[in-house]
Design a protein around this ligand. Structure first.
Ligand code: PEP
Length: 252
């Protein structure tokens, strides 16, 4: 049985004071932290204050990115070790905005995955096709390529979360159908089985315009274990409803 995960990717939103206000409002509602791994990925500037606010609450802290070196002359970068020291346990690697806006390659993503694991962080590896790739019938091939490239050279019992996020669904209000999302999640799990002994235990999330009103259809899918949520996670009430939806699914 895989524990569901509900992940809030705040992207470049919220000052540290706004993040603390979110934490106060969200915690007041008693989120279902025993049944669901609830994770917040704030911007770097809010990690330190949130690590204090979320301490011993059961809500996990994540980072949206990291660099693959451990220290040194890399202006503007942050290492996995620095994040772990602040109580971060998960890190998003290969988000489509980093691939497509910031030009991150499969090779860089592979180095980041390796470095995250070496720092004791659990990577949340994002994979997903563009609209052009889907329309050309290449969605499966693209996702398999991204997965293999990111996990190249790794094996054994990998602590890993994979998020299937079709690029055309992120922040657009369009979602994959539940059948397409399940098909891609099953493909990912099948591919993971040739890489890691933990494939059956690996959580696979769906991401792309998930809202409280549509999350249930993804959570019902056999190989989908939660969601990575951008826009809707900025509101504590919406993120609470999303976390509760994951709890209901866990108990079925
Ligand atoms: C994301 O940031 O990974 C995401 C899926 O965003 P949104 O929920 O806004 O589509």
């Amino acid at each position: 049985m895989r524990k569901p995960m509900m992940a809030a990717n705040w992207k470049m939103n919220k000052t540290s004071e706004e993040a603390l206000q979110f934490a106060r409002d969200f915690l007041r509602m008693s989120p279902p932290v025993s049944e669901v791994d609830v994770v917040i990925f704030p911007p770097f500037t809010a990690i330190y204050p949130l690590s204090r606010a979320l301490d011993k609450t059961g809500v996990h802290l994540g980072a949206q990115n990291m660099y693959y070196e451990t220290c040194g002359a890399f202006t503007g970068e942050i290492s996995g070790g620095m994040l772990a020291a602040e109580g971060v346990t998960y890190v998003i690697i290969g988000h489509s905005e980093r691939r497509h806006i910031l030009g991150e390659s499969d090779a860089v993503i592979a180095k980041k995955i390796q470095a995250a694991l070496e720092s004791g962080l659990t990577p949340v590896l994002c994979v997903g096709e563009t609209l052009q790739e889907r329309e050309a019938g290449d969605a499966a091939a693209v996702v398999v390529r991204q997965l293999k490239a990111a996990l190249w050279g790794l094996g054994g019992d990998l602590p890993l979360v994979v998020a299937y996020e079709p690029v055309w669904a992120i922040g657009t209000g369009k979602t994959a159908s539940d059948a397409d999302a399940q098909e891609m999640a099953a493909l990912i799990r099948n591919e993971l089985a040739s890489i890691t002994t933990a494939a059956e235990r690996t959580r696979i999330l769906y991401g792309g315009s998930v809202k409280p009103d549509n999350v249930a259809m993804f959570l019902q899918a056999r190989d989908i274990d939660g969601a990575l949520v951008g826009g809707a996670s900025l509101d504590p009430h919406a993120f609470y409803r999303l976390s509760m939806a994951a709890k209901s699914q866990a108990s079925i």
